[in-house]
Design a protein. Structure first.
Length: 109
């Protein structure tokens, strides 16, 4: 038995029954719309998370390679250690800025 049949059994007039049917149909439509909106928000959040993870992972790989190069060069030329550290630190900060910028841009999407 449908919800409309229940209202008919309760001796509602035809006008009230039609009005009730339209109200239930609107409610069903709104529910479907709300669920679709929730799905869309979820998909967008997952895509943003994937993007941030990809950018962050790439940045970490580059910083690790930079640190390895810094260490190798410092062992080769010990007198350049402090300068190499300074350049590596500046480069790492630049990579970090790119990650922050990417996250900031993704918030606007």
């Amino acid at each position: 038995m449908t919800s409309l049949d229940l209202y008919r059994d309760a001796a509602l007039s035809r006008v009230d029954s039609r009005r009730m049917g339209r109200s239930l149909a609107r409610l069903d439509g709104q529910t479907a719309f709300d669920l679709a909106r929730i799905d869309q928000v979820t998909d967008l959040a997952q895509a943003k998370t994937d993007s941030v993870s990809q950018v962050g992972g790439h940045a970490m790989q580059r910083v690790a390679m930079l640190s390895q190069l810094e260490q190798q060069l410092a062992q080769t030329v010990p007198l350049a250690t402090s300068r190499l550290q300074a350049i590596a630190d500046l480069t790492t900060m630049g990579v970090g800025e790119v990650v922050v910028y990417s996250i900031h841009r993704l918030r606007r999407c």
